[in-house]
Design a protein around this ligand. Sequence first.
Ligand code: NDP
Length: 349
Amino acid sequence: TKVLLTGGSGFIAAHILDQLLSASHTVITTVRSQSKADAITSAYPSQTTSGHLTVAIVPDIAQPNAFDSVLQTHSSGLEVVLHTASPFHFKFNDPKKELIDPALIGTTSILSAITKFAPSVRRVVVTSSFAAIINEAHVSDPSTVFSEKSWNPVTIDDIHRNPATAYRASKTLAEKAAWEFVQNKENDAKFDLVTINPPMVFGPVVHHLATLEAINTSNERIVDAIKGKWKGEIPPTGQAYIWVDVRDVATAHVRAGLGLVEGVAGKRLFVVSGWFSNAQIAEVLRKNFPEDKEKLPEEGVKGGELPEEDKRFGYDNSETTRLLGIEWIGLERSIVDTVRSLKRVEVSA
Ligand code: NDP
């Protein structure tokens, strides 16, 4: 199958790309610079030579016609589009320009380029987020159950509240725009839409792309912990408390995108492994990496605990688990594999 994957340099997309190429699909992936393109092609020399892998440069996804040229060039026989590219970091000055525009216009620009130039596309998967599900006012409310049906009520007016809210707004507005696009008959979309909505994603980094300095946002806390920053006190976990492994997120994109599972068209897939806290991560690290004892918080060091059940939200992703048939990777394995991958990156740096 011929697949277009946007943002191929990303933490999650690198795993999607690897799974697609391992299964001998033909992939066109987009990145925003030649150096990232080169890093990807040199990691897959034989697939590049055989034409199974092409890397295209899309310098600015926040332009309304950003994806026109790549879809014009690669439309022949294209069946599936996986749109993962979207900013996920908190290092911005202007949330509208640096987060909302690339998230929102990036999404509408790829959907409109598909309808204009690639009528053979039958399915589009957009990487959304738990950020588009959560309701910040209800995170401590045990009677709230977040599910595939829940929507974050955040609006564009909330983007100056704090960086996390701005990021959540970018994901919510982008996902809403995607559903509106396919529902609007005037757009005459010939494809169906699936969104993948992961909470915090942990898991191994793909070696040729990662550096510890430029680690992806959701693995930052694990880098901090192994560098010794948790030694005196474990930092607060955040608000979200649920997580999933990157390999399962990639599998969800592949299964849903390539039609390997039934009944997902038009669905939001809430891919969740379970609860986590920084305190649990510290425990996993202490148990599995005794050689790093000096840098890790000792047993008894406080902080980062999971709130009691009656002081946190509930969630239900049973429909997604049933549809995808994934047995979610557990926290201990995910964290151990993450740390091993980070150590390999560090050694070769
Ligand atoms: P990364 O930061 O590793 O990947 C983000 C990708 O988007 C990169 O390819 C990046 O390109 C690209 N990108 C970011 N901003 C722009 C921009 N302005 N213009 C063009 N491309 C851009 O993070 P993840 O892999 O974690 O994120 C992938 C997707 O998953 C995003 O949509 C994110 O919102 C979503 N997600 C992630 C979660 C997580 O915990 N990791 C949880 C839920 C959703 P470049 O390499 O050039 O920076």
